[in-house]
Write a protein that binds this ligand. Structure first.
Ligand code: SF4
Length: 245
């Protein structure tokens, strides 16, 4: 019997992948690198000089009013909130009054700030907890504040820093998050991680003012999608300066 020798099966050749040439990142694609405390110090000094009057833009006379205003400021401009709060504070001057508010009437009063049903729920829940757990007075620790319904770390930082003078953290709103990344102060996108990076770069005493300065700069010069780098006091150090114009 004739012996047949099996030919090895032809294995299909894998197409050789063409590897794209590595491109040197152009300035337009440059990712902001992490700043060091020296950069941070310089940024702070220049921004402080540029905005000597930077402060909390929400009108308030005490912790209760700032807490209410900050809850209302979610997805809403400070200007709109400031138009809404005078009548609100007149009708509900403290936490006990707000805790007893008729929900429908409260919703109507804050309707123009948007998301009014959720906000009314948060305000009522917050006020009820302040009355029940704190004798009607807004507490002044991070743990107690964040335990209140509708109060997150950002809101608690606003109240602690601006009313109680306690630098517990840095307020990270959309301006602060955007500028921190553009200026190379962080590579993070999560507000908690951004806050952690800012706290590591800036002295504790500067934390409250830092957010006011970045917010002012974000409103006046480093405007979203159309930053005026030519007029910016930190353009010589900002890693995004060339990309932004
Ligand atoms: S240089 Fe441009 S991108 Fe950088 S902070 Fe100033 S305005 Fe913003």
């Amino acid at each position: 019997m004739k012996k047949t020798t099996k030919r090895p099966k032809k294995t299909a050749r894998r197409p050789v992948k063409k590897t794209a040439k590595k491109k040197t990142p152009s300035p337009k694609r440059r990712i902001a690198s992490r700043a060091n405390p020296e950069d941070a110090k310089l940024y702070f000094a220049r921004l402080e000089k540029a905005y000597p009057d930077a402060k909390c833009a929400l009108h308030h006379r005490d912790a209760y009013e700032l807490l209410v205003a900050t809850i209302l400021s979610a997805q809403c401009t400070d200007v709109r909130v400031n138009l809404t709060t005078p009548a609100l504070f007149q009708r509900y001057p403290d936490a006990p009054a707000l805790a007893g508010a008729d929900r429908g009437a409260l919703e109507t009063m804050i309707k123009s700030t948007g998301f009014f049903r959720n906000k009314a729920k948060s305000l009522a829940g917050m006020a009820t907890a302040v009355v029940k757990d704190h004798g009607g007075l807004v507490p002044h620790t991070m743990d107690e504040l964040t335990a209140l319904p509708g109060v997150g770390r950002k809101t608690a930082n606003v109240v602690l820093g601006n009313v109680f003078g306690i630098n517990e953290g840095v307020v990270v709103d959309t301006h602060v998050a955007r500028l921190a990344k553009l200026m190379g102060l962080t590579k993070e996108t999560d507000p908690v991680k951004i806050e952690r990076d800012l706290m590591a770069l800036f002295p504790r005493d500067d934390w409250t003012l830092l957010s006011h300065l970045l917010i002012e700069h974000g409103r006046k010069i480093c405007i979203a999608n159309r930053p005026k780098c030519g007029e910016c006091v930190v353009a010589d150090r900002c890693p995004s300066a060339r990309t932004a114009n």
